[in-house]
Design a protein around this ligand. Structure first.
Ligand code: NAD
Length: 373
């Protein structure tokens, strides 16, 4: 944890879907006294400047991050573009909030982690689900020993294919935009957080790509990890559910079995259904993604960040962002994922992809160079 701040001079790099949400929360947070924004899309960025009364805007993150007013930075660029601005912010000594994944390349992720550790800036990663009341409640039960020792965890994430369609269209560098690296990382982070203290020693995974290979990604990856104490962890994601599937974004089921009890999590959002003759739009709609389909049934609240009311976001991303501001000002201990967690999550998700590619068990920890052989 770095020095407490009386005032936050905040830079946000990336003014898209998530940068916009966090910038609006920053505008409403009293300790944020200076806000600077950057996006390579000038029009999009300037619209956010107007909506947040930001103090500064540029299309060059290096110019922004050199500003003397800044002591904290949010990296909200799309997945393949976190590394450059993160390293530039570390160089300036800013505390950091970085959207997941930490990077999409294992060597770059390690480089970012090393730079953060050397500089001793405080860096957290955007694993927004950690801020859901239900997961905080069950984490507390697990750490207070109420189900005994955890021996097996099964996690299943289901996603509407709208997310991979919107994600892969942003770039032609799609080799690492896999279901596990981009989105399964949320379910994996949650599971690893609930199993805190256990270290994976091997993973075996398989993937299928029948529906989404034409978009440069895979449909699903299912894997089984073994932990150092013998715990088994099954981590499965499919992000190829059809567009008409009522779950607009993320549906999760987690079962955690201990020696004295069990916790069974149903987080698929089937408890909140809306059906209408009026077409519903996409659940996740970054700039430039125009869905070519109509949906009429929706499981509401499946978008992990939250939901809009009176032009404001309500839900976990508000808790997550405002808690980070409090952490900067008062040194508050918080459930945020650390840079170590972010790097670990990338390596484990990539190890699943490597196992699926090679058809072999991967022993962990893996040497980073093994991803490039
Ligand atoms: N926490 C969550 O629940 C959650 C939800 C969705 C997305 N995400 C993550 O948030 C990040 C951003 O996703 P998004 O949905 O906002 O994407 P987006 O496409 O809506 O926005 C990304 C923005 O970054 C800008 N950008 C790219 N490179 C840049 C650069 N070098 N300098 C300045 N701007 C640059 C793009 O022009 C774009 O406007 C991704 O890492 C994504 O995985 C997190």
């Amino acid at each position: 944890m770095s020095q407490k701040k009386n005032e936050i001079g905040l830079a946000i790099v990336g003014c898209g879907t998530i940068g916009r949400i966090r910038a609006k929360l920053a505008h409403d947070y009293p300790a944020v006294t200076w806000l600077g924004l950057c996006d390579i899309k000038e029009e999009l960025g300037k619209k956010l400047v107007a909506d947040t009364k930001a103090d500064f805007f540029t299309t060059d993150y290096r110019e922004l991050l050199k500003r003397p007013e800044i002591n904290a930075t949010i990296i909200a660029t799309d997945e393949n573009h976190h590394v450059g601005p993160t390293l530039a912010a570390v160089e300036q000594g800013h505390d950091l909030f970085i959207e997941k994944p930490l990077a999409t390349d294992a060597r770059e992720s390690l480089k970012v982690l090393s730079a953060i550790k050397e500089s001793e800036v405080d860096a957290v990663i955007g694993y927004t689900n950690r801020f859901r009341r239900r997961f905080l409640a069950l984490k507390q039960r697990i750490i207070s020993g109420q189900i005994g020792d955890v021996t097996s965890v099964v996690t299943r994430a289901f996603m509407n294919r709208m997310v991979p369609l919107a994600t892969t269209r942003r770039t032609d560098q799609r080799q690492n935009l896999t279901p596990m690296v981009v989105s399964g990382t949320h379910g994996l982070d949650m599971s690893m957080w609930l199993m805190e203290g256990k270290t994976p020693v091997s993973v075996y995974a398989q993937s299928v790509d029948r529906a989404l290979s034409k978009y440069g990604t895979k449909d699903a990856t299912f894997g089984v990890f073994t932990m150092d104490d013998g715990t088994i962890f099954s981590m499965n994601i499919s992000w190829a559910l059809p567009i008409v599937w009522p779950g607009a974004v993320y549906g999760l089921e987690i079962g955690i079995v201990g020696t004295k009890g069990v916790i069974d999590v149903e987080d698929t959002h089937r408890d909140l259904v809306m059906a209408s003759e009026i077409p519903q739009g996409a659940g996740y709609k970054p700039d430039g993604f125009e869905p070519e389909f109509q949906r009429h049934v929706d499981f509401l609240t499946s978008y992990p960040p939250g939901d809009i009311y009176i032009n404001q976001i309500w839900g976990p991303i508000r808790e997550e962002t405002n808690t980070w501001f409090a952490r900067l000002c008062s040194g508050l201990d918080s459930p945020h994922a650390t840079a170590n967690d972010g790097h670990r999550n990338l390596v484990l998700t990539m190890a699943m992809d490597l196992s699926a590619k090679q058809g072999k068990v991967i022993r962990l920890p893996i040497e980073i160079d093994d991803f490039y052989k």
